[in-house]
Every structure is written in structure tokens, then in C-alpha cells.
Design a protein around this ligand. Sequence first.
Ligand code: GRF
Length: 199
Amino acid sequence: MRLAVFASGNGSNFSAIQEAILSKELSADIACVICDQKDAGIYQRAKDAGIPIYYFDIKTFSSKKEYEKAIIAQLDKEMVELIILAGYMRIVGSTLLEAFPKRILNIHPSYLPAFPGKQGIRDAFEAGVDQTGVTIHIVDEGVDSGPILAQEKLPILSTDSLATLEAKIHGIEHRLYSKTIQDYINQLKTRRTYDTSIN
Ligand code: GRF
């Protein structure tokens, strides 16, 4: 299964997925990385891993539709079958969703539906709740909505700082995303072709 990882930032989830592939825990290949931020840390990570990374600046396109059409053209060249959002800080538009129906996964650093949005870890920490978590879901037209594939809870301890909480969340993410991607690939492969809900 040929994956494209979409990222806007640090890229630690990209690295965890790539490590899972190298250790054969995940049977897939990262065909390319798509990035919308020029100075993102993901650049060096992709370079070090020898994986092509393509930068798309939405400001240079006349519309989001044109931006996504350009990305789709690149994904087609790379024969991408499944898109993995990993810190892609942009809402996926209908053009991309229609080109990859039920083929876009996202990871979110909270136990959805609690704390959607850009700052899931900080929002949970500042709300003073006693637990949060990680969610992996299929992307639909909403923000951090869509069918949930996997979730894991994490207690927030009175001794936690925002930094320790972030580290624990990322630790869960790095383990859970690869496993869930593998489960989803298995599910895609075992679906009968007349089941149109996924294929
Ligand atoms: C992760 O916390 C992920 O849940 C969220 O963005 C962050 C990306 O981290 N969507 P990284 O760039 O993979 O290190």
C-alpha cells in the first residue's frame, strides 16, 4: 500500500510510521510527503529518510480546489493509495475528499469528540479534566470528525505539566498510528469488492 503523509510541522509521527515500516510492523511504503509549510521540521526528516517531499503553497493557487488538484496530480504520479494526515494543519476540502473517498486518515491528540481543533493537548490540560487521549479517524468534511478507527485514553495527573502531557500523548500516537494504519489496510484488502462503503 503506497502512502502519502501530509504534514505541516515537526514530523515525529512521520518518523514513527517510517520506523514501523522499516521494522516490518507496518506493511506499506511512504511514497511521498506533502507539506504546506516551507520551514517545517518534516523536511529534514523526509530528507534523512530518502523520501520525496513536495511543498505546496496554497497562496500561489487561485482557490483551495486548484491547490488540492495540484496535490492530487502529484499523488497520482506517486501512485498513492492512502493519505495519512500527521499534523497537517489544514481542513481537507471536497476536491481531495472526493478523489480519496474513505482513504484519508487523521490522528488527533485528544479523546474525541472532546477537544477538537488545533490545540487538543493544551485545551484538555487547561480545562482541568482528569483524562484525555488520542484518536485516529477517517477524515470527512468536518473538523476532527469522521468515523473513529482507534482511541486510547490517558489520565492527566496532578503532577503533569503541559510538556509532560505532550510527551505522553506523542508516545501513544507513535505506537497507535502505525498499528491502526495496518489494521485499516487489512480491512481495505479483505472487503469484498461489492461493498462500496470503503472501496
Ligand atoms: C500530533 O500531535 C497530531 O496528533 C496532531 O499534530 C501533531 C503532529 O505532530 N494532529 P508531529 O508533527 O507528527 O510531530
